[in-house]
Design a protein around this ligand. Structure first.
Ligand code: DC
Length: 227
């Protein structure tokens, strides 16, 4: 069967990662969480006190960062930065609070997009993010754009954080999601936009399983069409 590229974009906490992960599993495709890459860069910048207003410092830091995805024993893709598993650290609130300004930097985006395009060369990939269908893979065979009510998204994110023993109140999460949506959608470099050819799915009233089924159904229709 011919393999395709599936791009899943949308607002923060709409279930992009869960959907992408499960769709990849169903199709036996590779799953890449592009947001994890921007989160890892943010972790590095915070830990190394990189001033994001200083281009030279930013460029130097980017050269020092090596990112790779490795599949663990449970078949889950995990991000390593300079050989260290950063999956846990990059999901913390302090990263969510700082990631949008870092991901708005041209130097950061260029470096991440180059890695993402390399990963997608062989096709058979599901990548989620903000600019996957619009910039990274403008010719992706299937583009999905997810959206959902802000409170539903906030409660889903709170539950996720709780599972990692991170108790954050709902107002803080709503504020963070709104602020990230605002920065992500209005930044100069590759803002979050729905491409004309992306299919909009509102996940407010549907379960993850329903989201996954719908994307897999659409994927099969594209695979058949592209043969
Ligand atoms: O998907 P996420 O919430 O883990 O992403 C974290 C941040 O990274 C998000 O606020 C915007 C940025 N991002 C981006 O700019 N481009 C992408 N392709 C993916 C994420």
């Amino acid at each position: 069967m011919r393999k395709i590229v599936i791009a899943i974009d949308g607002y923060s906490a709409c279930g992009k990662s869960s959907t992408a992960k499960n769709v990849a599993k169903e199709l036996n495709y590779r799953y890449i969480d592009s947001g994890a890459m921007y989160r890892a860069v943010t972790l590095y910048f915070l830990d190394h006190l990189v001033a994001i207003t200083n281009c030279k410092e930013v460029e130097k830091a980017i050269r020092e960062i090596q990112l790779s995805f490795r599949v663990n024993a449970k078949g889950v893709s995990e991000l390593f930065m300079n050989g260290i598993n950063v999956e846990k650290d990059i999901r913390k609130m302090r990263i969510s609070e700082n990631v949008s300004p870092v991901s708005a930097l041209k130097e950061v985006r260029e470096a991440m997009v180059a890695i993402q395009r390399k990963l997608g060369k062989e096709k058979g990939i599901v990548m989620d993010g903000r600019d996957i269908g619009s910039v990274v893979f403008p010719h992706a065979e299937l583009k999905i754009f997810l959206t959902a009510d802000i409170l539903v998204r906030a409660f889903r994110r709170q539950k996720e954080l709780l599972q990692r023993d991170d108790l954050v109140d709902i107002d803080t999460i709503v504020e963070n999601l709104n602020s990230r949506d605002q920065i992500d959608s209005t930044r100069k470099e590759s803002p979050l936009v729905k491409s004309d050819d992306a299919i909009l799915i509102d996940t407010t009233h549907i379960t993850i399983d329903e989201q996954v089924d719908e994307v897999v159904r659409l994927a099969f229709s594209r695979i058949v069409r592209s043969v």
